[in-house]
Design a protein around this ligand. Structure first.
Ligand code: 3PG
Length: 306
């Protein structure tokens, strides 16, 4: 079988070597398309692929139409909003993700960003500390749980909201369960977003919630830009000069935000939460192994489409 690794944002070389090893050990071949700049390059590359490993690369109807032999797509990572699941199902293609494999990397970046904002973008002026501050984790999945673990080390008070996670899981992690989104924003100086981009969450965070935050509130977004209502978040930052927004998923209007709010906002040039050698190896190898298990045993344990 031919396994295509198609990553506009490449994995670390050591992860690619590991994927190749896994694939070849199982008797398959690996092809690599990295840093592609044009969708046509992806369409050409998938033509003879039986399996596909991607990151945030878009897999839509065009890609699926062009991939006549494709049987499985594994998103090496958590969020699979970049894959058209209904089209994949219609094309008879299994879609999987690799949950948890890159979550520590994203969680560590949350604290890089929190400290950066607490210390005024390292401008030399007196800032604040994370110790003793309250952190609200918006969604308690794999990343949220790692964020909670690290926050404890900083001496933060941690609470979380997640209607899909039983309270006991939070309590066991030393986290206070919160049952309304308003409470989460009202009671925490720091809120870290870990909700996926779905029909339910798109545009769900803006003025209404952010303006509930206590004085000096910092919103951290390492999840997806789509969960933010940009215009309304901008209003919140205009109305409350004490609020800050830091994101690994820059808003479409990033330049406007930077111009209007200077050091109160910060955006990475490219999403880099999962961009560590360790996360690339973990997620890349998991993806390769899942594909090998799929072809060997029909294993679809991590399937996300019906
Ligand atoms: C994920 O959903 O796993 C993260 O957002 C990482 O995305 P990336 O593979 O594009 O860095």
């Amino acid at each position: 079988m031919k396994v295509l690794v198609a990553t506009e944002k490449p994995f670390a070389a050591v992860a690619v070597d590991g994927i190749r090893d896994e694939v070849e050990k199982a008797g398959h071949v690996m092809a690599l398309l990295e840093k592609y700049t044009d969708k046509q390059q992806l369409l050409d590359a998938v033509a003879d692929a039986d399996a596909l490993i991607i990151r945030s690369d878009k897999v839509d109807k065009d890609v699926l139409d062009a991939a006549a032999k494709l049987k499985i797509v594994v998103r090496a990572g958590a969020g699979y909003d970049n894959v058209d699941l209904a089209e994949a199902t219609a094309h008879g293609v299994v879609v999987e993700n690799t949950p948890g494999q890159n979550s520590n990397a994203v969680a560590e970046l949350v604290f890089g960003m929190a400290v950066f904002m607490a210390r005024n973008a390292f401008n030399g002026k007196a800032g604040t500390e994370l110790k003793g501050k309250r952190l609200g984790i918006h969604a308690f999945g794999q990343v949220g749980r790692n964020v909670a673990r690290i926050a404890k080390g900083f001496g933060m008070e941690v609470s979380a909201l997640d209607p899909y996670c039983p309270d006991e899981v939070m309590v066991e992690a030393g986290v206070k369960p919160v049952h309304s989104v308003e409470e989460l924003y009202r009671d925490n100086e720091y809120v870290s977003l870990h909700i996926p981009a779905t029909a339910e969450t798109r545009g769900s965070v803006g003025l209404e919630l952010v303006s509930l935050m206590p004085k000096g509130g910092v919103l951290i977004n390492t999840a997806r830009k789509e969960v933010i209502d940009e215009a309304s978040l901008k209003k919140a930052l205009e109305q409350r000069p004490d609020l800050k927004y830091v994101a690994d998923v820059a808003p479409d209007a990033a330049d406007e935000f930077r111009e209007a709010f200077a050091e109160r906002v910060f955006f990475t040039p490219k999403k880099m939460g999962a961009q560590t050698a360790e996360a690339n190896i973990n997620a890349g190898l998991a993806a390769a192994r899942q594909i090998v298990a799929f072809f060997r045993d029909g294993d679809t344990r991590f399937r996300v489409n019906k």
